[in-house]
Design a protein around this ligand. Structure first.
Ligand SMILES: Nc1nc(O)c(N)c(N[C@@H]2O[C@H](COP(=O)(O)O)[C@@H](O)[C@H]2O)n1
Length: 157
């Protein structure tokens, strides 16, 4: 049975980028993965200072609103690097929160799906046929964590 997540107060809500699981990355504290992801859209551009404003946004919803404002021009390579940015955010988030690692590993081999009714790129989208890249990255991270577990059990030569 697939595991669906989206709303923070529902099971697996902590898999959402909007969950309040902060982490340190690149010498800054990020209150949520969403803050980090949205801020990276403007790194290296004339709007670089907006990244810092986004990092300090009161809520992930505010961070997303600023990051999605069409008046703010994104870095030109954004489409090419956004999955890598998300991967970096997820690694940092889950590294900082061992309880989340345990929860992710507890999902076994189940398909993990961001049950977003609006986002057909990171989630399954309005018709359920979305690409679900956030769910895919979480499954990739789960595999990564499993391999780390195996390696840590190997005798050191
Ligand atoms: N809670 C929530 N609301 C939305 O409207 C969403 N699109 C999502 N999905 C998350 O939004 C982020 C992607 O944002 P961009 O569209 O690239 O600006 C990403 O964190 C998705 O998981 N969630």
């Amino acid at each position: 049975m697939a595991i669906y997540f989206y709303q923070l107060d529902k099971p697996y809500g902590s898999f959402s980028n909007f969950s309040a699981h902060g982490f340190w990355l690149q010498r800054h504290y990020w209150p949520t993965a969403e803050h980090y992801y949205q801020a990276q859209k403007f790194v290296g551009t004339s709007l670089a200072s907006l990244s810092q404003v986004i990092r300090q946004a009161a809520t992930p919803t505010d961070a997303a609103r600023m990051g999605r404002d069409p008046r703010n021009l994104l870095r030109p390579d954004w489409e090419h690097i956004k999955q890598e940015v998300m991967w970096t955010a997820l690694q940092a988030k889950f590294s900082a929160h061992p309880d989340l690692q345990i929860l992710l590993l507890s999902t076994g081999d189940e398909w993990i799906v961001e049950d977003s009714p609006v986002d057909a790129y990171w989630g399954r989208g309005p018709d359920g046929q979305g690409k679900n890249y956030l769910g895919r990255l979480l499954m990739q991270l789960r595999q990564h964590l499993r391999q780390e577990q195996v390696c840590s059990r190997l005798p050191h030569g």
